[in-house]
Ligand binder design. Structure first.
Ligand code: GSH
Length: 251
């Protein structure tokens, strides 16, 4: 049993949670609030030098940060303990899965920059980004804190407010590779369902969110996650993502 620090809107957290759920890993979810939860996770994970990010999985015996490492850990544990019906990391596909996870991260990093750029100019989404414990009546006076949160992300992840077009192009290039691969491989990137499908399916959240059945978002926040410039070109990928969720993501 572990505790997963996660950010409910984040596709990185979704990658880890999806693999954990498929691997029947028993865990408690703890909301990660940027800036506020960071020192707690830093101390609990004894990480005094590297970036603290969500997802991070902590239990008495272990501490694993990074969605990919968490997914691999729960998959191995599942394969070792049960006759697992799902193997997300078949040995023979490991190097290709690694490459797809790198591609996933490139797309997600560009997507995160775009989401933050949109949020910066969206009062409603900024108000909704404040921790849920803050009563709605005093949220408006906390608006500068929400803005500060976006500048914190900018500094931590090194993006630029003025490179919107560049980030859209990075996403386009990455998603074209996914599209090309699926043309040759069928409904799964590597011929069979693996972590590569999870890693790339979650990137579409930053073009057209999957919907509240899987990832609840208020309407202001949801509007900041949409990339209409890419929707038409990647309609087939969005449909692919929807099929993958329907077949492999239980709620
Ligand atoms: N390499 C990490 C990246 C995770 C990541 O970038 N997480 C971001 C999601 S926006 C995060 O933790 N943000 C909150 C923060 O930095 O305080 C992974 O795959 O888990």
């Amino acid at each position: 049993m572990g505790e997963l620090y996660y950010l409910h809107v984040s596709p990185w957290s979704e990658k880890a949670r999806w693999a954990m759920d498929l691997s029947h890993y028993n865990y408690t979810k703890i909301n990660f609030t940027p800036m506020i939860t960071t020192p707690i996770v830093r101390i609990r994970s004894r990480n005094f030098t590297r970036k603290v990010t969500a997802p991070t999985l902590i239990s008495n015996q272990l501490c694993i940060s990074d969605s990919y490492n968490i997914a691999q850990f729960v998959n191995n544990k599942n394969s070792g303990e049960h006759h697992a019906s799902v193997d997300l990391f078949p040995c023979e596909l490991k190097s290709q899965i690694d490459e797809f996870d790198i591609l996933s991260n490139q797309i997600l990093q560009a997507g995160r920059a775009l989401v933050c750029i949109r949020m910066k100019n969206h009062r409603g989404a900024k108000l909704m980004s404040l921790p849920p414990v803050i009563p709605s009546a005093i949220r408006p006076i906390m608006l500068p804190v929400a803005t500060m949160g976006l500048y914190y992300f900018k500094a931590k992840y090194g993006f630029n407010w003025n490179k919107r077009e560049e980030y859209i192009e990075t996403m386009r290039r990455g998603l074209r590779k996914v599209k090309k691969q699926l043309t040759n491989s069928g409904d799964y990137l590597l011929g069979t369902f693996t972590y590569a499908d999870i890693a790339l399916a979650v990137t579409l959240q930053m073009i057209e969110p999957i919907g509240k059945k899987y990832i609840p978002l208020d309407s202001d926040t949801e509007s900041c996650w949409k990339t209409p410039e890419l929707k038409e070109e990647f309609t087939d990928l969005i449909e692919w993502r929807n099929r993958i969720y329907q077949k492999h993501r239980s709620t």
